[in-house]
Design a protein around this ligand. Structure first.
Ligand SMILES: Cc1cc2nc3c(=O)[nH]c(=O)nc-3n(C[C@H](O)[C@H](O)[C@H](O)COP(=O)(O)OP(=O)(O)OC[C@H]3O[C@@H](n4cnc5c(N)ncnc54)[C@H](O)[C@@H]3O)c2cc1C
Length: 539
């Protein structure tokens, strides 16, 4: 028996996707009898709306065939021998560890690093400044309803990290030679995600599903011997002869504790400004890195669906809320592009510092809100913000302060027509804000420089030629999208260690990932390295 990958199997979107239909379709394409197909599963599924009104689901299917018939069909185009890449963790812990590996931060990077270490007997200790996801969800809800911002438990900080209140997009440009992404997706499925995330070409989980998955994974990790400290800040670290020896933590009751350890993972995310400064003070090498800043724009989801699928087709065929990706180079040479597009989502107040406002996008599994939103951003680097370490972080702080001051921390939405002429919005047109957090109509002009504002207008007008209605006057603009990625990179060597041995910068905050999946993959790589190092040092 051989497994053959068959690409380009198309089904019109109005044909129901049953095993029988897919078997018939693939047998027909391969010119073999249905009975020859002993097994079949979906490897990839995407939508092709390039020839609308005809819209297709396009599949890559893996079929099991007898050897002779497989050899025959492998001569057809769009077929290849299927080789499954199975993820392999390098080694289990066999020793009674005197000092456990410690992971700072329980976002996707810390989650997968910790999960693998726990699963393979390394009993990690996990320190997270924010609360468990259950109480975190309540704290965030209260903040969005007008309550006080909790500086340690918010949209950026707490169990699950920055991605917990997110769209849960899981697509990434990262290559998957070793099966890490497949393993990550399978793990999410094991803990409650829909199996479809393993084959949809742009998988998404939704904040509602993600929160449950994270708490279930944590409970299993505890059973496997991991120890968690929530509402606990890593406030200091010590090392001897260039090797980490302990960390200090600030517990929720205000007391301090020292944990001795030889291995510390810094999975701290992009928003831990105090921790970045601490690490710099302690001599950990880091440098500025480019990141992107801009606005978030909102449109009716129907406008995007009609453009991408053809008028009314989304409703007619029950198609998923459509996304888009837009790029433009301004006359003065700046790349202006859409980022973190959230179909059927919400613009959320994602602040984590007093009197500083930052925003982002979130959606539920159903992606069924009235609006689509995305960030429209421009990349900034040292030439834009300065060459001193943390100048990028200062730029973030300036933009966030200005945005906060627009309306005392409320999200300000401005109609694009008003934005263009520099007038305050007093009301909304066809597009009403769909958001989490207090909001008002007003003006976001002045948060960025005039040159930036002109680039944005140029880009919006250009995008209007790509997606009909994108530059409509009623489209809404909100500021500021400032946490697209980390403003610094913590230097690490080929063995994933910083200039202090035993310290492993990891994930998005350290500058080695951008998004949930790549952060999780980086966490896995660091776990593999720690496991190898521990076993080496003990044998
Ligand atoms: C609203 C929103 C929507 C998003 N949507 C998507 C999306 O759809 N798809 C996608 O791929 N990405 C999305 N992202 C980005 C994604 O969340 C991040 O890329 C990802 O979470 C980075 O993972 P990480 O583990 O590296 O860091 P983080 O998730 O930021 O986790 C870092 C953790 O470290 C903790 N920490 C920091 N310092 C300390 C300390 N000193 N002591 C103890 N704990 C500490 C923090 O509390 C935090 O929980 C979104 C982000 C936000 C905010």
């Amino acid at each position: 028996m051989k497994k053959v990958l068959v690409n380009e199997i198309k089904l019109p979107v109005n044909v129901s996707e049953s095993r029988n239909t897919l078997t018939g379709k693939v047998a027909n394409n391969l010119k073999i009898s249905k009975d020859e197909i002993k097994d079949l599963f979906i490897k990839k599924k995407s939508i092709d709306a390039r020839h609308k009104p005809e819209i297709f689901y396009v599949y890559s299917l893996v079929v099991s065939l007898g050897d002779n018939i497989a050899d025959k069909v492998l001569r057809n185009k769009n077929t290849s021998l299927y080789k499954e890449v199975l993820y392999n963790f390098p080694c289990d812990n066999k020793k009674n560890l005197e000092e456990r590996p410690v992971i700072i931060g329980f976002g996707p990077a810390g989650l997968f690093c910790g999960y693998l270490l726990a699963l393979h007997g390394f009993k990690p200790v996990i320190i997270e400044r924010g609360s468990k996801v259950e109480s975190r969800t309540q704290a965030v809800k209260e903040f969005w309803e007008g309550g006080k911002l909790n500086l340690n438990t918010n949209v950026q900080f707490g169990e699950g990290g920055a991605g917990t209140f997110s769209d849960g997009k899981l697509n990434t440009g990262v290559k998957d030679k070793y099966g890490r992404i497949g393993y990550m997706l399978d793990t999410f499925v094991k803990y409650g995600a829909d199996k479809a995330i393993t084959y949809i070409n742009k998988p998404h989980i939704g904040t509602d599903v993600l929160t449950g998955i994270i708490s279930s994974m944590r409970r299993d990790m505890e059973e496997m011997g991991a120890i968690f400290y929530f509402d606990t800040l890593m406030e200091d670290l010590s090392y001897e002869k260039g090797q980490i020896s302990s960390i200090s933590i600030l517990l929720p009751d205000g007391s301090h504790e020292e944990i001795k350890t030889n291995n510390v993972v810094l999975a701290i995310g992009h928003s831990a400004r105090d921790t970045f400064k601490l690490l710099h003070k302690k001599g950990i090498e880091m440098q500025n890195k480019p990141f992107a800043v801009g606005y978030r724009v909102q449109h009716k989801q129907k406008l995007i669906n009609d453009d991408q699928y053809g008028f009314g087709n989304a409703e007619k065929y029950n198609l998923p809320a459509s996304d888009y990706k837009l790029t433009y180079t301004s006359k003065d040479g700046h790349g202006v592009y859409s980022f973190c597009m959230c179909p059927g989502g919400y613009v959320v107040n994602a602040s984590s510092f007093n009197k500083k406002l930052t925003i982002n996008g979130m959606s539920y599994l159903g992606r069924d809100s009235d609006n689509a939103n995305s960030a429209i951003v421009i990349t900034v680097n040292e030439d834009d913000y300065g060459h001193q370490l943390f100048d990028g972080m200062k730029l973030q702080e300036e933009l966030e302060t200005k945005s906060y001051n627009l309306a005392d921390g409320k999200l300000v939405f401005q109609r694009y027509e008003d934005y263009k002429v520099g007038a305050d919005s007093v009301d909304y047109g066809e597009v009403k804000p769909v958001c989490k957090g207090q909001s008002v109509a007003g003006s976001v002009r002045g948060v960025f420089s005039e040159a930036f504002e002109n680039n944005f207008i140029e880009a919006m007008e250009y995008y209007g030629g790509r997606i009909k209605g994108f530059n409509d006057g009623d489209s809404l603009i909100c500021a500021v999208e400032s946490r697209t990625s980390s403003p610094v990179k913590i230097i690490r060597d080929d063995g994933f260690e910083a200039n202090i041995k035993g310290i492993y910068p990891c994930g998005e905050g350290a500058g080695y990932a951008g998004g949930i999946t790549s952060a999780a993959v980086d966490g896995m790589k660091v776990a593999e390295q720690i496991a190898k190092n521990i076993n080496l040092n003990y044998t």
